[in-house]
Ligand binder design. Structure first.
Ligand code: ADP
Length: 370
């Protein structure tokens, strides 16, 4: 049924195109006929007035030439009548392009061609051009806003530790400071420097991942071994906070970029440790589901408010600004995690209850397609 409708639709379209061409040909013929007829009568009047009677062939040539000239003249007049509208359109279009090239993306050209309300207007090539330019301006505007936001976030993230470093460095100049205070200030300076260095590392990582130029080296390896290695590498941090670490690993082979995936587990486990108070617990579990593997990292930490949950993967987003200030994060860790997981055609989900803990679930295909 559908096929028949398609065939009928295509047939109708072809018929409409043929009719359109036929109409144009008829219009040109009518114009020529009009020109030749006008020429015939005008030359007749001229011959009658001058008394000159040219030879048949010459009369025909004169008549035809004059007729064509009249036809051309008529076209020129018609063009003049239509041109102001056309001229206005092209001026508007050029101005819009000039504004875009100057970085002003507040452009919205009004398309107005042919049949205003019909579908014909939408199919008009110039209408399509206008829509394309409007879309391009809207996309560039969005990108520019993101760029501005990114710059202001980076400036903020750099500015805060720098203020702190310069403040404590100034304080250290005071010779009356006792040794203990001096050590405390130096520790703060050290921490703030580490924070800046981590920020620059993360920014670089994101830039490389965004540029899609990161060498994606897929290899088959044991996911359980990788998770265990990351947990062991973080032992000093979780042991220091007396956190109970529960690992439920099973032998699962995965085809992925080992270095990148290691970064994912590192960021998630670091966060779990960071946001879990002393004496809390963290559990890491993995399971197979069809041709995917699920890795759950759950903690008994402070949790995340429901309103913040949809935003935690955004760059620079920190759910609890005051808490994260002391925890020293820059809000880039989860964006990196999400980016890497998506590069592997996987997904990441989060569920959390304030006060009861947070659980991140990473789903990865066992065989990466990239
Ligand atoms: P940060 O470097 O600030 O930790 P992330 O991108 O890793 O940045 O995390 C973004 C925010 O998500 C954090 O600031 C924190 O508020 C919240 N968050 C992430 N993981 C956890 C967790 N396990 N428990 C509670 N909050 C978390």
């Amino acid at each position: 049924m559908k096929r028949l409708a398609d065939v009928r639709g295509a047939g109708m379209k072809r018929l409409a195109d043929v009719m359109h061409v036929a109409m144009n040909v008829l219009l040109v013929l009518a114009g020529l006929l009009l020109g030749l007829t006008a020429s015939f009568f005008l030359t007749a009047v001229i011959y009658a007035k001058t008394g000159w009677e040219p030879h048949g062939l010459l009369a025909l040539i004169i008549n035809a030439t004059f007729g064509f000239l009249l036809f051309g003249f008529g076209l020129a007049i018609l063009g003049r009548l239509i041109r102001p509208k056309e001229h206005q359109f092209w001026t508007e279009l050029m101005e819009a392009i000039r504004r875009i090239s100057r970085g002003d993306f507040h452009v919205n050209i009004q398309p107005h061609f042919g049949d205003r309300n019909g579908s014909k207007q939408k199919k008009h090539p110039l209408h399509q051009l206008v829509i394309g330019i409007n879309d391009m301006a809207a996309n560039l505007k969005e990108m520019e806003e993101l760029r501005q936001e990114f710059i202001s976030n980076v400036s903020h993230e750099i500015g805060t530790p720098l203020t702190s470093i310069s403040g404590f460095a100034k304080a250290l100049k005071n010779e009356q400071l006792d040794q203990q205070q001096r050590q405390r200030y130096l520790t703060i300076i050290e921490e703030e420097c580490a924070r800046l260095s981590k920020l620059s590392d993360n920014l670089l990582k994101l830039a490389v991942l965004d540029s899609e130029q990161h060498p994606f080296q897929r290899s088959a390896y044991r996911l359980d071994k990788q998770l265990t290695a990351v947990i062991l590498a973080c032992e000093p941090q979780w042991a220091e906070k007396n956190i109970e670490m529960d690992v439920d690993a099973q032998a699962i082979m995965i085809a992925a970029d080992e270095m990148l995936m290691s970064q994912v587990w590192m960021n998630l486990i670091h966060n779990a440790i960071k946001f879990t108070p002393d004496g809390g617990s963290i559990s890491v579990a993995m399971s197979r589901s069809g041709d995917s593997v699920l890795v759950c990292i759950a903690d008994s930490g402070a949790g995340i408010a429901e309103a913040d949950l949809p935003r935690i993967f955004e760059r620079f987003y920190k759910a609890d600004k005051s808490r994260t200030r002391t925890a020293g994060g820059s809000g880039l860790g989860l964006s990196i995690v999400q980016k890497i997981v998506e590069m592997h055609q996987g997904s990441i989900a989060v569920s959390s209850k304030p006060g009861a803990g947070t659980q991140f679930t990473v789903t990865l295909p066992l065989e990466s397609k990239r």
